[in-house]
Each structure stands twice: as C-alpha cells, then as structure tokens.
Design a protein around this ligand. Structure first.
Ligand code: AMP
Length: 181
C-alpha cells in the first residue's frame, strides 16, 4: 500500500500521515522532516538543502532524490508507506514511478487534502516553524500552485486521485481520508 498525501503546505499532511501510518501499520516518509533532521545534524544533504528550506523554496530534485533514497529502504516501501510532501514536481513523480516499478509496486491512492489559502496562512502562523513567516508562507503557496499542483492532473489522469475536505477536527479529517482509501 503506497499512499501519497497531497496538498499545499499547511493542509495537515504531516499530522494526518502520522495518524494514518499508525492506524494502517505502515511506514511514513516526510521529506520535510527528513530535510529538517539532516539540516540539524549538518549532514552533506542537510548542508546543501538548508538555504532552500529556510527560504521556502523547493530543494532541487537531485538533492531530494538523495534524501528519499536514504530515508526509504526498499523493505519499508514494500511493506507499505505513506508519503508526505513527496513528490512535489513532475520530475519527482517520474522518479517515484521508476523507483516503484523497479520493485514491482504501484501507487495505491493519492489523497488530495484541500484547505483554502486564508485558513492555511492562519494555521501556519500559529504553528510557528522557522519557515512559517507570512512572506515565506505565501512564497511556498505560490510554488505549490506553480510546480506541485499540476501533479493533480497527472494523478487524476491515472485514475489515482481522490480529494477530501481538510477543514475540521484532526480526527474528523482522518475519518474522511480512511473512507476515501
Ligand atoms: P514540508 O515539511 O513538507 O512543509 O517541507 C518543508 C520544506 O522542505 C519545503 O518548503 C522545501 O524547502 C523542502 N522540501 C520538502 N519536501 C520537498 C520535496 N519533495 N521537494 C523539494 N523540496 C522539499
């Protein structure tokens, strides 16, 4: 079971991914968490990624590929996985397809969590991570719309896309996602 949690920054992908991974008994990969950990421990990938993460820019695909390979063992993939924050570009989606094909795996579902921009900005300002300042949040939303949202068409074309309303209590949204799977 390979599930992609999709959506703009602040729609609740991270929160939902943790709960889903627990309920379904599968691994969870957040590329954002992996980058923050790498930056904190100043690994080579972390040193390369830092300027992009701090500025709310997408880390270049070649560096993303390195963190995904490090974070995702073939075994974790084969037992099932919730992907949160990856893929974010068409090149990443292609790389994921190649990775899965080589292991005879397929994407089960792509769940798009939708929340309006005003609610996203309020939520992220409350969360208060280093990259949760209003100008950086707006930049991340612009990048999402330009580079990541087009993947919705890609996955919809493959018949893999389902959408859920991300507004409401965490548990209520989780029930919606489980119902959509
Ligand atoms: P997130 O925790 O998903 O909001 O990601 C935080 C930051 O990590 C993003 O603003 C990017 O700088 C970087 N990042 C995380 N995942 C990716 C990805 N798949 N591609 C490029 N950059 C990423």
């Amino acid at each position: 079971m390979i599930i992609i949690l999709f959506g703009a920054p602040g729609v609740g992908k991270g929160t939902q991914a943790v709960i889903l991974a627990e309920k379904l008994g599968v691994a969870h990969l957040s590329t954002g968490d992996a980058f923050r950990a790498a930056i904190k421990s100043q690994t080579p990938v972390g040193v390369l990624a830092k300027e992009y993460v701090d500025a709310g820019k997408l880390v270049p695909d070649t560096i993303v590929a390195r963190i995904v390979e490090e974070a995702m063992s073939a075994e974790a993939f084969s037992k099932g996985c919730i992907l949160d924050g990856f893929p974010r570009t068409r090149a990443q989606a292609n790389a994921l397809d190649d990775m899965l094909t080589s292991q005879n795996l397929v994407i089960t579902t792509v769940v798009n969590i939708s929340v309006d921009d005003a609610t996203i900005i309020t939520r992220l300002l409350q969360r208060g991570r280093a990259d949760d300042q209003e100008d950086i949040i707006r930049h991340r939303l612009t990048i999402y719309n330009d580079e990541t949202a087009p993947l919705l068409d890609y996955y919809s074309g493959k018949g893999l896309l389902t959408s859920v309303d991300g507004i409401g209590e965490v548990e209520a949204v989780n029930e919606r996602i489980l119902a959509a799977l």
